[in-house]
Design a protein around this ligand. Structure first.
Ligand SMILES: Cc1ncc(C[n+]2csc(CCOP(=O)(O)OP(=O)(O)O)c2C)c(N)n1
Ligand SMILES: [Mg+2]
Length: 819
């Protein structure tokens, strides 16, 4: 389909100017009396109590970190504690109106936001709902130590639960929200709408838009708040997240009833500093974070600066901005000015700021200022405020004591394999929700489906190889798997660059544009970090996402999102959250150094990712089906050179119906007796050619095994093969140094040592830039290289003259020079 907006030269080249409107700065000026139409006396107590609780929570941590003792109680907290003393009003103001349907994401400095959001959710939930959550969450593991001796209300119990769970998480306790797998910087508790907090500065900036996307696509109530620091606005992924969240299509092209612009508030907790870098006047040039909105869209993201030292000003801003989002006019940017009186962390000596500055902010202390305001308005007497504060402080202290108690709050057993078990959920989930998937047409009516029906799915047709044009190929295989899951799982979305209309950069999605509404398949900005980050946020919210990276070389642009986010949240949530994301990354050829790299080793190195690279139609369909039925993140490499390849190995052809190939099972593509050739990626075809030459010219029978999956991987078939052949060569198209095959070779040396006649040999691409298409045969492994390497390093071949230098001497020379 062509676009509905015609780019008119007359209009686009005409003289004009761009208009900006004023951005409000600390415009809130209401007195407490003026807020009385909504502000009940109890609300004042709530705000006061929540701020006091946060202050106490953080003060205890500060004392414990710096002095190892607080009120006579000693504890050695080894981990991080990025405190937010001074930032309480901004946290409480942010959370005050939010309901459990509203989800917050945050940063390394989020203890205050976690507590504020939790307290706010607790006030809005019924006793039954609270009890249900506390009893069912991890089968009551957090609740049990609290129930004994509790005599107050359910809400009081829930407040204790929140503080106890938070401290427990910080102190790496079994009784932490996530069994201590997240810790201080990553703590969260989803049932209260508190979603992952991120140790990567700005990490939530690209993830939270995916959570907002989930709400729109699946018609969920609520807003998403990304609480990120002022310095994080220098991070590329934050800008990408803002770009992704502000795409015009949500309002112009998506079904109106979805609700319009993404329901997200980028809330800058602007404390004026990174760690020691000052964002005003030193490390940034915008002076006001709110100004950034003016670059984004005509509404300037409805940005404004808010006084984050006054909880009422922040509440006021959130009320107005939530309304704006309700009108479908998101995203929103808030620049909430605050100050951390505490250091960046307790070890921070604050050498970068003056004592005088800190003292000025201490005099403006938001908690004391609010107290004065309440007293001046005669809302409550001083002794009630003071009693309330003392009472909540003692609850916080009590919870601290309980959380450090090794009996009430133990750690996971040191000799358990629990962390290993948490890395993958290994679940099978046909659909993330049970409702009818939205489709524009039945797939049985789809032109691409019809076209594929006429294709040949077997290796041979009338005894001859199938011509390329007629063969059911890898592109078709992946399409079929995707189409199947789209028709089953209503939450499933696919997005990336040029995904709609164009059909995905390499036409895998061709035909899907006609079958799927915009919100299930869409083009994104050229924002790889946001593409992967949004997929992460979407999955954390409960949906299934397929994200596409046009070239694997662009993984660098999404490095944090792949390596720190996609891979880690199942483990850090201790299994509470799932990550059903398939990240499709196509591996190029012909386009030189920055468009032709196989980076499977990078993904394979990172714990928490499944990494596969199928290279036959049979494998591609079966493995994509498995990936799309699972609950784990799968990095799914595809070879651009092979998209047109038909099936050459599976005699019965590629089934039309649904089937799965479990991820992690190597496939014996050709049985043999004399040597084992193990491949990953397109090197299968290189090894196949080499095996034919070995057979024809030397009478050597090679067993050909494609591992298909680098992680997980069952080594048993490889060891079995080596037991038979005694020899193994491993080949892939990634540059040789550090490639997946080296890990496998090292493991096989351990696992099959007794059967090996010679050390395993690895053949990969040269450790160079990928040269131009015309020179590629110098770079990618060639069949000759495999024969030469066998001849030089495994089994001398009779009357054989090597064409390339694969000797040990040459290997040592290359290693010496790092090439
Ligand atoms: C990507 C990344 N770079 C650097 C750091 C180290 N670091 C941790 S916090 C921080 C400052 C962040 O400042 P800001 O975003 O304003 O948040 P604040 O600490 O002020 O709450 C830095 C540089 C990091 N964690 N992540
Ligand atoms: Mg900051």
């Amino acid at each position: 389909m062509t676009k509905s907006i015609i780019l008119e030269p007359e209009a686009l080249l005409a003289e004009d100017s761009i208009h900006f409107f004023d951005i409000a700065v600390n415009a809130y000026d209401k007195t407490l009396e003026e807020e009385r139409h909504w502000l009940e006396p109890d609300d004042c107590i709530a705000i006061w109590q929540d701020m006091a609780a946060i202050r106490e929570f953080e003060s205890i941590l500060n004392e414990i970190k710096t002095k190892r003792t607080y009120k006579g109680v000693s504890y050695d907290h080894m981990g991080a504690a990025h405190l937010s003393i001074g930032q309480e009003a901004s946290a409480v103001g942010m959370a005050f109106l939010l309901t459990p349907d509203d989800h917050i994401y945050g940063s390394h400095r989020s203890h205050g936001e976690i507590l504020a959001k939790g307290f706010s959710a607790i006030r809005k939930m019924s006793d039954e709902a609270l009890l249900q959550i506390m009893r069912s969450y991890r089968d009551g593991a957090i609740l049990r130590p609290l129930e004994k001796g509790h005599s107050g209300t359910v809400r009081d119990l829930a407040v204790k639960f929140l503080i106890f769970g938070a401290y427990g998480e910080l102190f790496a306790k079994e009784t932490g929200f996530n069994r201590g797998m997240g810790g201080s910087m990553h703590a969260f508790f989803a049932p209260f709408g508190i979603f992952p907090n991120n140790a990567i500065v700005g990490g939530s900036g690209s993830i939270a838009p995916g959570a907002a996307l989930f709400k729109r696509v699946n018609r969920r109530p609520g807003v998403v708040v990304a609480n990120i620091g002022d310095a994080s606005f220098g991070c590329g992924p934050v800008w990408e997240g803002i770009t992704f969240a502000s795409m015009d299509q949500y309002r112009r092209l998506w079904d109106k009833d979805l609700g319009g612009g993404l329901p997200i508030i980028f809330n800058c907790m602007n404390n004026g500093y990174g760690m020691g870098g000052q964002t005003l006047g030193e490390t940034m040039g915008c002076q006001y974070i709110a100004r950034i909105g003016a670059a984004v869209n005509p509404e300037q993201m409805h940005a404004e600066r808010v006084n984050g030292y006054d909880p009422l000003a922040v509440i006021d801003a959130f009320r107005r901005k939530i309304r704006t989002i309700g009108e479908g006019k998101g995203p929103v940017l808030l620049d909430t000015v605050t100050y951390r009186i505490s250091g960046h962390s307790p070890s921070d000596a604050s050498s970068y700021r003056s004592k005088e500055e800190i003292e000025k902010w201490q005099r403006a202390d938001p908690i004391l200022a609010f107290r004065d305001k309440v007293l001046a308005a005669r809302m409550h007497p001083a002794d009630l405020l003071d009693e309330t504060r003392t009472a909540i402080e003692s609850v916080v202290f009590e919870m601290f004591r309980l959380a450090i108690d090794p009996v009430a709050a133990p750690r996971i057993s040191m000799d358990s394999d629990l962390i290993g078990q948490l890395m993958f959920s290994n679940g099978k989930l046909e659909k993330c929700e049970d409702r009818k998937p939205e489709l524009l047409q039945a797939f049985s009516q789809n032109a691409r489906v019809h076209q594929i029906q006429g294709k040949i799915r077997t290796p041979l047709l009338d005894g001859k190889p199938v011509p390329k044009m007629k063969a059911f190929n890898i592109r078709d295989a992946i399409f079929e798997a995707l189409a199947y899951r789209f028709s089953i799982d209503p939450t499933m979305v696919a997005f990336g660059e040029e995904n709609r209309d164009w059909g995905g950069a390499f036409a895998v999605y061709r035909g899907l544009t006609e079958a799927l509404p915009y919100h299930r398949l869409f083009n994104t900005s050229i924002s790889e970090a946001a593409i992967v980050g949004a997929a992460v946020g979407y999955a954390l919210s409960g949906g299934r996402a397929v994200a596409e990276l046009m070239y694997a070389d662009f993984m660098g642009r999404a490095g944090d999102e792949i390596f720190n986010q996609l891979s880690k949240w199942q483990g850090m949530s201790a299994g509470q959250l799932k990550m059903p994301v398939v990240l499709r990354a196509s591996v190029g050829a012909k386009y030189g150094a920055q468009h032709s790299q196989d980076w499977s080793a990078l993904a394979n190195h990172i714990p928490g990712l499944k990494v596969v690279y199928p290279v036959t139609p049979y494998d591609a369909k079966g493995m994509m089906n498995s990936a799309l039925a699972g609950t784990d993140p799968v990095v799914f490499f595809e070879s651009q050179r092979l998209y047109d390849y038909g099936e050459m190995f599976e005699a019965g052809g590629v089934p039309e119906g649904y089937y799965e190939i479990p991820l992690g099972e190597p496939s014996i593509k050709q049985a043999g007796t004399d040597i084992t050739l193990v491949t990953f990626g397109p090197a299968l075809y290189t090894a196949l050619a080499a095996s034919r030459a070995l057979e024809a010219q030397h009478g050597i029978s090679a067993e050909l095994i494609d591992i298909r999956s680098a992680n997980p991987l069952d080594y048993e078939p490889l060891v079995e093969s080596i037991r038979k052949t005694g020899k193994v060569l491993l080949a892939c198209e990634a540059v040789e140094r550090g490639c997946v095959m080296h890990s496998i070779a090292a493991n096989l040396t351990q696992l099959a040592f007794d059967f090996l006649d010679a050390p395993p040999v690895v053949v990969g691409s040269r450790n160079w830039i990928t040269p131009a298409a015309e020179l590629e045969s110098m770079f990618f492994p060639q069949p000759d290289w495999i024969l030469d390497a066998i001849h030089e390093r495994i089994l001398p071949l009779d009357n054989y003259e090597a064409k390339s230098n694969q000797t040990h001497g040459e290997l040592a020379r290359r290693l010496r020079f790092g090439i």
